[in-house]
Ligand binder design. Structure first.
Ligand SMILES: O=C(O)c1ccc[n+]([C@@H]2O[C@H](COP(=O)([O-])O)[C@@H](O)[C@H]2O)c1
Ligand SMILES: Cc1cc2nc[nH]c2cc1C
Length: 353
């Protein structure tokens, strides 16, 4: 299985230099002072390099929501009971979750993937890639086996490949899993050497006392498992989660096909850190949509070398921030396609030399 993943990571190429340069030249030829569209210009340049075209267009957009359960919930680390993962699954599948609304508004399809929910779901729209029914309690031992982590990564790669075969041109990462901010914080600690009190946040809304307890649970998980920071699969299997693994696979699979991936919040960030550890060049395909209200997310983005487009205090997950970011992607693509140049509009250019 590891060779199948290495085969995918080996196909991730750097952004295209020619398209990158052409995009810079085009931006400077458009009727505006150079650089005046701020970070949207940097986004336009990055998208050109990713998609190998100066004027990209992303018509088919897919939010992939990976859902899984977490054994560590039995330690009382979330404000909500574990059953909510399963209950919310039906809400996603019937189109009533926040991300369904924002995806509809942004012209995207939502694909809901069961990669490790602790229960059986039947629904015609469900993508069933269940690796196992939730993880084990990472505070008492490894969350899952190495084999399970590899299977979940490969499932994510396959979801990406299948969607691209069906026309997807841009992905948004999304997830659902009660307890997954604990696993994501533990992954951040283990991979990046960050102390739990800096990495952990309030997730679904825990109070001060529960946050202190959550930090102590993460400390215990790291002590019990001693994950090897040089081995991302070891980290993922010992203190990670199935949706984190699946999204890491999705990112790698997309990057290998030169498809941009808009990252959502904290859990998507943990998946991105795993993808980066497996294939550093994959970060070139990641677009950070927003800074989550979850403590640790800004630090995570710094470690990924990414700057977020939005800071709205969102802390919902699901892919909500990523779906909102589609409006900016569309804006940038239209600027590149529809704006007049100084030459075509007969406008005098800058006098500075
Ligand atoms: O993505 C984020 O930044 C984010 C921040 C806080 C909470 N969440 C969502 O809340 C759930 C996890 O929170 P918790 O407290 O159960 O660990 C999970 O379903 C996530 O989608 C997501
Ligand atoms: C209701 C609810 C919806 C969510 N969506 C993502 N995480 C969530 C957590 C809860 C509790």
């Amino acid at each position: 299985m590891i060779t199948a993943i290495q085969e995918v990571t080996g196909r991730i190429a750097p952004p295209d230099e020619k398209a990158t340069l052409r995009a810079v030249l085009r931006l400077n030829s458009l009727t505006k002072p150079p650089g005046s569209l701020g970070r949207l210009e940097a986004l336009a340049v990055r998208l050109a390099g990713i998609s190998k075209v100066e004027q990209p267009c992303y018509s088919k957009r897919t939010v992939v929501v990976m859902a899984a359960d977490h054994g560590v919930c039995c330690e009382g680390v979330s404000a909500f009971p574990q059953e909510v993962t399963m209950q919310m699954a039906y809400n996603f599948l019937s189109g009533g979750a926040a991300v369904n609304v924002l995806a509809r508004q942004g012209g995207a399809e939502v694909q809901f993937v069961d990669i490790g929910i602790n229960g059986d779901i039947t629904h015609p729209q469900l993508i069933d890639r269940k690796v196992r029914r939730g993880t084990d309690n990472m505070a008492a031992g490894p969350a899952m086996s190495r084999d399970d982590a590899l299977r979940a990564i490969l499932a994510g790669v396959q979801v990406a490949q299948e969607a691209v075969k069906n026309g997807t041109e841009i992905f948004i990462t999304g997830e659902m899993g009660i307890g997954n901010t604990t696993a994501s914080a533990a992954v951040l600690c283990a991979l990046e050497g960050i102390p739990p009190e800096t990495a952990a946040g309030r997730g679904t809304g825990i109070d001060d006392e529960r946050l202190r307890h959550k930090i102590s649970v993460i400390e215990r998980a790291l002590q019990v498992n001693t994950p090897n920071p040089a081995d991302p699969i070891d980290v993922l299997s010992k203190v990670g989660g199935l949706e984190i693994a699946g999204l890491a696979g999705l990112i790698l699979g997309a990057a290998a096909l030169r498809i941009p991936v808009i990252l959502d919040g904290f859990i998507s960030g943990a998946a991105a850190l795993v993808a980066k550890a497996l294939a550093p060049e994959s970060t070139a395909y990641m677009i950070a949509s927003h800074v989550s209200g979850e403590q640790g997310h800004k630090l995570m983005l710094d470690r990924l070398g990414l700057e977020a487009l939005l800071d709205l205090g969102l802390r919902l997950g699901e892919g909500t921030g990523g779906a909102l970011c589609l409006h900016f992607i569309e804006a940038v693509c239209r600027i590149m396609r529809e704006m007049a140049t100084f030459e075509s509009a007969g406008v005098s250019g800058s006098e500075s030399v």
